[in-house]
Design a binder for this molecule. Structure first.
Ligand SMILES: [Zn+2]
Length: 231
């Protein structure tokens, strides 16, 4: 597992780092410190908010800097130490309590608060539409006749390791059928998904294309270690 630990002093570079992390699926530990204040967030691409979901469009020219506002050396020291703690935990497989949250520290009052960061599905960096738009090959989607089942063919040839996929699915979903060429499971109460060895997916009981595509993209991401692309 890779991660980026942000020790930057400007938003322009942070936005660049955020975009690269989202693109390549790298954990991003965001932090900032100025005066007697600091903040920090653990951002997981496509799982939590990204930086631009909650701090979009900030112009460095309009923000206070260490030159204009001043900084106490201890402030980045504390924030950097918390960052190091969260990094070690994440790389060691121990969950971070700041996953998808912003920690805001006021070292004058000694108030420490955490704010839940909501993912913006319309985000221009990590939103679902970006993912679909940027895809070179789009999945081919067909609603099967006289049913509410959607068939999705993969965007490019792939081979699914069904044994590995079964292991990944078992913890979170109820398996329905497993054979040498397909695996079926309950995705949620009303929705069943069947994945075939060639990556074709049947999604039962969905209301429309968008719902089916969201489920498909979410599963492709979370099960990626069991999927091998042939091209
Ligand atoms: Zn985002």
């Amino acid at each position: 597992m890779d991660c980026v630990v942000d020790g930057l002093d400007n938003m322009r570079t942070r936005y660049l780092i955020n975009r690269v992390c989202v693109k390549y699926g790298v954990l991003y530990i965001f932090a900032g410190a100025i005066g007697f204040e600091g903040n920090l967030a653990v951002l997981i691409p496509h799982e939590t908010a990204c930086l631009e979901c909650f701090l979009p469009g900030l112009d460095d020219a309009l923000l206070p800097t260490c030159e204009t506002r001043g900084i106490i050396d201890v402030t980045p020291g504390i924030i950097g130490t918390i960052q190091a703690m969260e990094t070690i935990k994440l790389l060691a497989g121990i969950n971070s309590g700041l996953r998808g949250k912003l920690l805001v520290c006021d070292f004058v009052t000694m108030d420490f608060i955490t704010i839940d960061l909501k993912r913006n599905l319309q985000c221009k960096i990590c939103g679902e539409q970006v993912k679909i738009r940027k895809s070179e090959h789009k999945p081919r989607i067909v609603i099967l006749c006289d049913s509410n089942t959607v068939n999705i063919n993969p965007p490019k040839p792939m081979k699914v390791d069904l044994e590995k996929m079964q292991q990944l699915l078992e913890d979170n979903y109820k398996l329905l059928i497993k054979s040498s060429f397909a695996i079926a499971f309950k995705y949620r109460d009303d929705v069943e998904v069947t994945v075939f060895r060639n990556g074709r997916m049947l999604i039962k009981n969905v209301s429309d294309f968008d719902d089916a595509l969201k489920i498909y993209l979410s599963l492709i991401r979370s099960l990626s270690s069991s999927i091998h692309y042939m091209l």
